[in-house]
Ligand binder design. Structure first.
Ligand code: NAP
Length: 407
């Protein structure tokens, strides 16, 4: 696997001491299994690369079911304080009960710490089974806005007093009719929120020598939210990066002179068309910036194209904090079976090492994982798609990585 995309946070030159304390959230369901596997691999890589000169002192912090059992809260204030204080954390998946009125711990964590960008590098690891004929053409980094859009939870049940009031207000103020038995959700998207997301994505693209930034939106229909996202994105590029960016429109209209041709191309795509584009012409896309909901769908679709969520790393990044996390859920039916693929959390841990400036250890984790997978030593999820594979347990996969990187 070639040296993949580094997280945006590295662009701001974040560096850590030689023996930092790093908070971790084990996670619910299969979280404890993948956490144990991940810790084994990260510690081994750091030890291998730096001898005894660097090491992580892991500090457990609580969230989710374990936190509820021990503290009575799914997201204790002490957990938020620890992440704020350290500026970093590694996190397993957390359960979100559906339809019980309990807010998502993941969403709350992002909101409380203002982790406004969900960053997902998507790159093919040779040997991983993929539904695409040429998965090696996929090399994108998704920047998904994390704090706005329909995700903010401003919604009211059908028949509730607030829903009725809003329906009445809309009718009186605009003359538009909403059915009286409708549930109501709001979709706020701001210039501020859009600009800081696009700024981070653009800075990342420039720092990493990427070729283009694509603003993905559904602005043809939702003009003042998704459409504004697109406009504000272009505006930000024009305001803050005028010397180093050029729009696709200017290039194709022939307005761009020779100098402009070497610049980062800023373009936009309507979301539905973009879902086709990533399948049909993935090589034309590089860094993507999306509003929250479309970004959610797009991240998972891209992950599936290169082998599924079991191997997709991710990070949620804000101004002073970064939380690196497995991108899949808790897979509760496999909890405690030592079965699932720890690849997503291991690769998120590698992104965390990048963020810390420990890039040699991060690269070793990734190359070792690529070698082990290429030998078809994989967990059940990949083994069922790979002829001749050796099926390893979650911990067995971690041990195979440690053995490989220790050679
Ligand atoms: P899920 O936990 O991601 O599991 C869905 C399926 O994906 C699993 O049954 C399994 O497929 C596969 N899978 C997930 N993780 C895997 C891994 N590490 N290795 C191999 N296969 C893996 O999704 P869900 O069942 O919709 O959600 C369960 C809970 O997790 C919910 O409470 C949800 O809210 C929460 N969740 C949390 C996060 C987060 O913390 N960031 C993200 C998403 C969901 P097979 O059965 O086909 O093998």
């Amino acid at each position: 696997m070639k040296n993949p995309s580094r997280p945006a946070s590295e662009a701001v030159g974040s560096r850590f001491p030689d023996f930092p304390e790093i908070p971790f959230i084990e996670g619910d369901g299969t979280g404890p299994d993948i956490w144990k596997a991940t810790r084994l691999v990260l510690d081994a890589a750091v030890a291998r690369v730096y001898g005894g000169n660097r090491g992580i002192q892991w500090k457990e912090i609580l969230a989710g079911e374990k936190a509820l059992a021990e503290t009575g809260s799914v997201l204790p204030e002490a957990t938020l304080d620890a992440i704020r204080e350290h500026g970093i954390a590694l996190k397993g998946p957390l359960t979100t009960p559906v339809g019980k009125g309990i807010r998502s711990v993941n969403v709350a964590l992002r909101r409380e710490l203002d982790l406004f960008a969900c960053v997902r590098p998507v790159q093919y690891i040779p040997g991983v089974p993929s539904p695409l004929r040429y998965p090696e053409k996929v090399d994108m980094v998704v920047f998904r806005e994390n704090t706005e859009d329909v995700y903010v939870g401003l919604e009211w049940e059908a028949g509730s007093a607030v829903a009725k009031k809003i329906i009445g207000l809309v009718g009186r103020e605009t003359g538009k009719t909403i059915r009286p038995d409708a549930g109501i959700g709001l979709k706020p998207m701001s210039r501020f929120g859009t600009r800081r997301l696009v700024r981070m994505a653009l800075q990342y693209a420039l720092d990493q020598g990427r070729k283009s930034l694509t603003l993905v939106h559904k602005g043809n229909i939702m003009k003042f939210t998704e459409g504004a996202f697109c406009r504000w994105g272009y505006e930000l590029a024009r305001d803050e990066f005028p010397e180093v960016t050029v729009t696709e429109a200017a290039l194709s209209a022939g307005d761009a002179d020779g100098v402009m041709k070497g610049r980062l191309v800023v373009k936009d795509r309507i979301a539905d068309a973009m879902f086709q584009q990533i399948l049909l012409r993935p090589e034309e896309y590089d860094v993507l910036a999306l509003p929250n909901l479309n970004g959610d769908y797009m991240s998972d679709a891209l992950a599936a194209m290169v082998g599924g969520l079991g191997m997709a790393p991710g990070a949620n990044i804000g101004q002073g904090c970064a939380v690196f996390e497995a991108t899949h859920g808790t897979a509760p039916k496999y909890a405690g079976l030592d079965k699932v693929n720890p690849g997503s959390l291991i690769l998120s841990g590698a992104l965390m090492l990048d963020h810390m400036g420990w890039t040699e250890a991060a690269d070793l984790v990734r190359s070792s994982l690529a070698r082990v997978v290429s030998r078809k030593q994989v967990t059940y999820d990949l083994a069922r798609q790979l002829e001749g594979a050796v099926t390893l347990s979650c911990s067995g996969f971690a041990r195979a990585l440690v053995e490989d990187l220790s050679r």
